[in-house]
Design a protein around this ligand. Structure first.
Ligand SMILES: Cc1cc2nc3c(=O)[nH]c(=O)nc-3n(C[C@H](O)[C@H](O)[C@H](O)COP(=O)(O)O)c2cc1C
Length: 169
């Protein structure tokens, strides 16, 4: 089955997973921000993006492009500062996408990498404002505690699901 991987990444963790996934599946990788995406060549689409402000960053874009994906097998993996083992990342993804569309996407929340000191000025400002406006102790905690949960092993369930789709097609 032909497939493509489309990702969006500011600091490299989502890109790292996309590249590992490409090695495992043989699917080519496209940067959502810059690449022309060959929609017609793929029967299976893997989307990858970070969680930003409690939503999958590509939520609006996925809805806009849905007509190009609706007849295909679609997977979405996310990266986040919060650990999906303890945080309700599935709910954050669901909050950004209509239910009928979400029902056609297999979602895989993965742990990402977050280090406040390495963010660009705009992102630092967004988080500082977010911490105050939302009175969020979580954001304040994240600002002073770097996390790095990026690990190749975490892709195993996604790779298995892709292989299942490929063999039952
Ligand atoms: C502006 C901004 C907002 C973020 N909001 C969240 C959030 O709401 N929840 C969360 O768990 N992580 C959040 N993060 C952390 C990112 O999801 C995490 O760092 C991710 O791994 C980044 O992916 P990338 O390295 O591909 O850019 C945020 C990061 C930035 C820069």
């Amino acid at each position: 089955m032909s497939g493509i991987i489309i990702y969006r990444s500011s600091y490299g963790s989502t890109k790292q997973y996309a590249d590992w996934l490409s090695e495992a599946t043989g699917f080519p990788v496209y940067d959502q921000k810059t690449a022309a995406i060959p929609w017609d060549e793929a029967e299976l689409i893997v989307l990858g993006c970070p969680i930003v402000a409690n939503k999958a960053f590509l939520s609006a874009w996925i809805q806009k492009q849905w007509d190009r994906m609706r007849d295909k097998r679609v997977f979405l993996f996310t990266t986040s500062g919060a650990d999906p083992a303890t945080a309700p990342v599935d709910q954050w993804i669901a909050a950004g996408l209509p239910a009928d569309l979400l029902s056609q996407i297999q979602c895989f929340p993965l742990p990402g990498r977050f280090e406040f000191d390495k963010l660009n000025g705009v992102h630092k400002l967004m988080l500082r404002i977010g911490a105050v406006v939302l009175r969020s102790d979580d954001i304040k905690h994240q600002m002073s505690h770097p996390v790095d949960g990026v690990s190749r092993d975490r892709l195993a369930p996604l790779i298995a699901a892709i292989q299942t789709e490929a063999t039952t097609a």
